[in-house]
Structure formats: structure tokens, C-alpha cells
Design a protein around this ligand. Structure first.
Ligand SMILES: Nc1ncnc2c1ncn2[C@@H]1O[C@H](COP(=O)(O)OP(=O)(O)OP(=O)(O)O)[C@@H](O)[C@H]1O
Ligand SMILES: CCCCCCCCCCCCC/C=C/[C@@H](O)[C@H](CO)NC(=O)CCCCC
Ligand SMILES: [Ca+2]
Length: 576
């Protein structure tokens, strides 16, 4: 075996084939040598993608040693599949069992590979906090974690504390309140709703610790260090799909193990003291109505969105609105430039300097002489008024298996902007064309009734004369609304025939947001009803990453690179 400061080299065997193995800097590679000493195929693995090195011949699942000698060691690594979905390719666990010429050589290889791993892959997590939603998607969260994820964590030497949730918002509250010392990341096994819980927990906790008031829409939020990992087990899993390129629990687990780090833009949505964060979609009109309708059909599981999508489409509604937006810098990028945000994206990496000009990397804090108020909100606001089929704001492309290019195919994960899509009132065929183009390669923005803008902030209000009519109701009103909501739960059809029931649904969403309130706002008009409703409604609801917002008039702002995921963006699967 030859070892110098930059290179380790020796002959190794896999079965009866001889290989020349090299470890040099960032790569470990092994080349087959035939009987005439000619070099054949080489496999090369970046050290950063080595999952683990074990003595002996080790199998995984169940993790056990098979018959071996003290000349063997096993290398586990990330293996890319050639069979992608056209967007991203799944990763699997590669394994190579090497036999060395002597025990000394074997021990040297193990030591050298483990040292290289520490040097070239320093930001791997050691301890993780895992939240499993046992009811998300097809209700397979626990099974997915125990059969696919836990064995890989064990192999990689990662310990985890697992919480199987018993109620909504348990994961968020845990992150906000409990001692998180020693955890290098938080993981959700579930869908976009579970991701949203972790997002709110991590952002809220970081601001608490930094003494920043997150409810102030003008404040510069502190970026979060605690990484979030997503094991997809929900209905849409849009954030996972967009940041990794595929919804596959093993691929996600491998990204977590190797400590990948992908910054992500987050949009804060404010209405008075209500605050929500969104990554994938803040949508009014069609997407709001689909969500409201689908909540009534949760029992259908992931199919509820298809069913509700059809129902809402048939209703053919459009809504008046006044939209104001603050444009991003059009010299940097545009939503119609056809540049996809892929792993290592230039637009995103160049955005870091612009987003954090005063960031001190040694202390991970902003320098204290900088205003805590963001200058990002300076600029000329643009106003658009009209009737819309839908209004969507997305920080990322928001692709998912249903729409592989997403809501805005050229949006960037971490450029500090979001794309605002305005779909004006049109005929049903026109709107169907728009929707259908989400599923094929045609440009959904190349339609006369669609416009798209790259923005830093958005405000939405109802045009004069259409204002949200609200009234304060006391506990008496609350009780009455609660009672009608219960009647609706018994018979969902009542939702389309009873105003009070419609109010209840929104009202309850509002309560869920604000926690214990004694007075609540109730919309007098514009609740979302079923497709059997004959009268046009003038107000829709906002869908904020799968959660119905309790208010219509909102103000949104993009916070560039606010959180970090265990991901690396979509790898270009057309590259070798
Ligand atoms: N134990 C629980 N009981 C009831 N609700 C829960 C529980 N744990 C989490 N939740 C809530 O369930 C909601 C939906 O869960 P999740 O996002 O995992 O699945 P989904 O709705 O099927 O998927 P998607 O959000 O991708 O459409 C989340 O908003 C979360 O707050
Ligand atoms: C004729 C064919 C028509 C096909 C139309 C496909 C259009 C798909 C666009 C996909 C946009 C996904 C945006 C992401 C939203 C998530 O934050 C949210 C939570 O999971 N999902 C929904 O609200 C669920 C919303 C589901 C909308 C359909
Ligand atoms: Ca963005």
C-alpha cells in the first residue's frame, strides 16, 4: 500500500476481480484490472458521498456481518440511478465489499477513508429530532421511517429522537418550546403540512433566541441554522419534490446523512397580528377554493385534491382583487428566462452577497451597526386591479408529481424573490389550457390572460366596494359558530346550503391560527361553498402551503435564504 500526503493507493479485490483503488483528495475510486494488467471500468465516489466504512462484509437490512475474514471492509456510498423521472433521479445505497492483501492494509484503508470523511464532509448531522405524522398521505409514515430511514441512519452512525405526533402542531410547539441542545437538525416524515410545522417552529425559535419580533413585517429575520429534512410521506410533498427532484424516502435520507445544505426563500404572510410562513404557494381563487373543498374530503386521502380540483373547476369562479407588488431586479433573472434552478444554481449562489451584505460568517450574526429593518422593501410598488381566476405567489418552482415543472418553472430556491402569477378571468377552456400546461412542456405563461412577475413583496386587498365585511363576535358568537360547524361535520352538504356553516369553516381556521381568542373575525360574504352553489361568490380564501388563511387582505414579503434544508436542489439528470 502506498500512502503519501495526497494519495492512498493499493490493490484490492471484489470477489475474484482485482482492482486498483485510489483515495486522492475528494474522491475514492477503484478501477478493474484484467489479467493482462489492462485498466477496465472505474467507479469513482466523492468522499462527501460516502455513507460509511465498516470492517468485514456487512449487509444492510438486517444489518449483519456475513461470513468474512479480517481482510475485508465494506464501503457504503450514494449511488445514482440512471432511471430518473426526467426531473431528478433517485439515489440508492451503493455497497462495495473489498478484500485486502493483509489485515494491516485493511486497517489502513478504514482509517484513511474515515479520516477523509471527517475532513471532506464536516457538516454531517450526528443527532436528529424526527417527527412522524402517522396520518399524513397514505398513512405510511411510521412504516417508511422504520423500514427505510432508520436502518440508514444507524449505518451512518446518526442517532435520532423520534416523536410520533398525536395532534396537529405538536411538532411546531415542540421545536418552539423544548430544549434542542445537541440536535443538528429536525426531520419530518409527512407531507407539506408537516414541513410547514417544522418551518414555523424553526423560524419562530430562531427569532425568539435572537430577540427579533417576527410579527413585524419590516424586520430583517435572523436566518436559521438548524437544518430541516423532509422524508416524503404526504399527499403532494411539493417542497421535497422541488428541492430534491423526486419524492423518494431513501433519496431524502441519503441527502440528510451526507449533510447536504440547501438555503431556501420563505415568504411571510401578515395580516395584523396573524403571521404564517410559506414556501410553496400562497394562492387565492382556484387554489384556495380547491383546498377549502378538499378539506371536506380528507377521507379520500391524496385523491381529494383531484376530486376537489374538478369540482372547483366546474364552478368556474373568478374574484375581484387589487394586487400590489414590489418587483425584484429584472437584470438578475426573470420568471420567463427559461433558466431552471438546478443544483449549484448560479443565480442563487450570487444572491447570498446581495441578501446578506453585512453577514459576519465567523459569528453567524449580522454586524450590530446595521439597521435591523430590511432595505429590501424599498422601491416602486406596482398596482394591478381586476377579476382573477387565481393569484399565486411561490418562492420556489413548486413542482410535484402532478406538475413536474411546477407553478413557476424558472423560479429559484434561494434568490430572495418569489413569482407572482396573475390569471385573469377567462373562459373555462382558457383556464383548462392554463392548468393543463402545468403538466406538459408548454409555457403556461404564454397565454393572453396570464401574467407573471418576479417580486420581493405583495399586498392583496379587495377593490373599493368589495371590502371584507367583518364583525367582532364574542364568545356567544363563537359558541353558535362552533355548534354549526359541528352540524356541518355531521352533514358536510350543509356547508353549501348554510351561510353560518360556511362562516364556521373559516372561523375555525382562524381560531386554529390564533389559538385562544375571545373575539374572532367572521366574513359576512364570500365563504367557499361546494360546486352545487349557484350564486357567484365575490371572495375566495387564501391557501398558504395547504393551510386556509383566516383573512383575505394580506401582505406578503420574501425573506431570502431564511432556512436551510438537507437537500442540494435538483441535480441535472441529463449530465453524466
Ligand atoms: N397526529 C396528528 N393528528 C392529526 N393531524 C396531524 C397529526 N400530526 C400532524 N398533523 C397535521 O396533519 C396535517 C397534514 O399532514 P401532512 O402534511 O403530513 O400530510 P398530507 O396533508 O397528506 O400531505 P400534504 O401536506 O403533502 O398534502 C399537517 O398540517 C399537520 O399539522
Ligand atoms: C387538466 C389537468 C389539471 C392539472 C392541474 C395541475 C396543477 C398543479 C399545480 C401544482 C401546484 C402545487 C402547489 C403546492 C401547493 C402545496 O403547498 C399545498 C400543500 O401540499 N397543496 C395544495 O394546496 C394542493 C393543491 C392542489 C391543486 C391541484
Ligand atoms: Ca425564490
Amino acid at each position: 500500500m502506498e500512502i503519501d500526503s495526497v494519495r492512498v493507493e493499493s490493490s484490492l479485490w471484489i470477489g475474484n476481480k482485482r482492482y486498483r483503488a485510489f483515495l486522492s483528495g475528494w474522491y475514492f475510486s477503484w478501477t478493474e484490472i484484467d489479467k493482462r494488467n489492462r485498466e477496465k471500468k472505474t467507479i469513482s465516489v466523492p468522499v462527501s458521498e460516502v455513507i460509511g466504512v465498516k470492517e468485514g462484509r456487512v449487509e444492510i437490512q438486517p444489518q449483519k456481518k456475513v461470513e468474512d475474514t479480517d481482510l475485508d471492509f465494506t464501503l457504503f456510498y450514494v449511488k445514482r440511478s440512471s432511471k430518473g423521472n426526467g426531473i431528478g433521479a433517485p439515489w440508492s445505497l451503493g455497497r462495495a465489499q473489498f478484500c485486502c492483501p493483509s489485515r494491516g492494509v485493511r486497517d489502513q484503508w478504514i482509517t484513511q477513508l474515515r479520516t477523509a470523511l471527517k475532513t471532506h464532509s464536516p457538516s454531517r448531522p450526528h443527532r436528529l429530532l424526527v417527527f412522524i405524522n402517522p396520518f399524513g398521505g397514505k398513512k405510511r409514515g411510521k412504516q417508511i421511517f422504520h423500514s427505510l430511514v432508520a436502518p440508514l441512519f444507524e449505518l451512518a452512525g446518526i442517532s435520532s429522537h423520534v416523536v410520533v405526533t398525536e395532534r396537529a402542531n405538536q411538532a411546531r410547539d415542540y421545536i418552539l418550546k423544548k430544549d434542542l441542545t445537541g440536535f443538528d437538525g429536525v426531520i419530518c416524515v409527512g407531507g407539506d403540512g408537516m414541513f410547514s410545522e417544522l418551518l414555523h417552529g424553526v423560524i419562530g425559535r430562531t427569532q425568539q433566541e435572537a430577540g427579533i419580533s417576527e410579527h413585524d413585517p419590516t424586520v430583517m429575520l435572523q436566518p436559521c441554522d438548524l437544518h430541516i429534512g423532509i422524508i416524503p410521506a404526504g399527499s403532494t410533498d411539493c417542497v421535497c419534490f422541488t428541492t430534491i427532484g423526486i419524492n423518494d424516502p431513501v433519496t431524502s435520507t441519503l441527502h440528510i446523512i451526507i449533510g447536504d445544505s440547501q438555503p431556501l426563500d420563505v415568504c411571510s404572510v401578515h395580516y395584523q397580528s396573524t403571521l404564517r410562513y410559506s414556501v410553496s404557494m400562497v394562492g387565492y381563487g382556484f387554489y384556495g377554493d380547491v383546498l377549502a373543498e378538499s378539506e371536506r374530503h380528507r377521507w379520500m386521502g391524496p385523491l381529494r385534491y383531484d376530486y376537489s380540483g374538478c369540482m372547483v373547476y366546474l364552478c368556474n369562479r373568478s374574484y375581484p382583487g387589487l394586487v400590489q407588488y414590489l418587483p425584484g431586479d429584472s437584470h438578475i433573472s426573470s420568471p420567463r428566462d427559461n433558466i431552471r434552478c438546478l443544483s449549484g444554481c448560479r443565480v442563487c449562489s450570487e444572491s447570498k452577497e446581495r441578501l446578506f451584505p453585512h453577514f459576519d460568517s465567523s459569528s453567524s450574526l449580522y454586524s450590530t451597526n446595521v439597521s435591523q429593518y430590511s432595505s429590501e422593501l424599498e422601491g416602486e410598488w406596482v398596482t394591478v386591479e381586476g377579476r382573477f381566476k387565481c393569484i399565486s405567489l411561490t418562492c420556489i418552482s413548486s413542482s410535484c408529481p402532478r406538475s413536474p415543472k411546477g407553478l413557476s418553472p424558472s423560479a429559484h430556491l434561494a434568490d430572495g424573490t418569489a413569482d407572482l402569477i396573475l390569471v385573469r378571468e377567462t373562459n373555462p377552456l382558457g383556464f383548462l389550457t392554463y392548468l393543463h400546461r402545468h403538466t406538459n412542456t408548454q409555457d403556461q405563461f404564454d397565454l393572453p390572460f396570464v401574467e407573471v412577475h418576479r417580486v420581493k413583496a405583495v399586498r392583496f386587498s379587495l377593490p373599493p366596494g368589495e371590502e371584507e365585511e367583518e364583525e367582532e363576535v364574542g364568545e356567544e358568537g363563537d359558541r353558535e359558530i362552533q355548534a354549526s360547524a359541528e352540524r356541518v361535520l355531521e352533514d358536510p352538504e350543509k356547508l353549501s346550503s348554510s351561510n353560518t356553516a360556511g362562516h364556521s369553516q373559516q372561523h375555525l381556521a382562524g381560531r386554529k391560527e390564533r389559538g385562544n381568542v375571545t373575539t374572532s373575525r367572521v366574513k359576512r360574504r364570500g365563504f367557499v361553498c361546494g360546486p352545487c352553489c349557484t350564486k357567484p361568490r365575490s371572495i375566495s380564501v387564501w391557501n398558504c402551503d395547504g393551510e386556509i388563511l383566516p383573512h383575505t387582505e394580506i401582505s406578503c414579503r420574501v425573506h431570502g435564504q431564511l432556512v436551510r434544508l438537507f437537500a442540494r436542489g435538483v441535480e441535472d439528470s441529463t449530465m453524466p
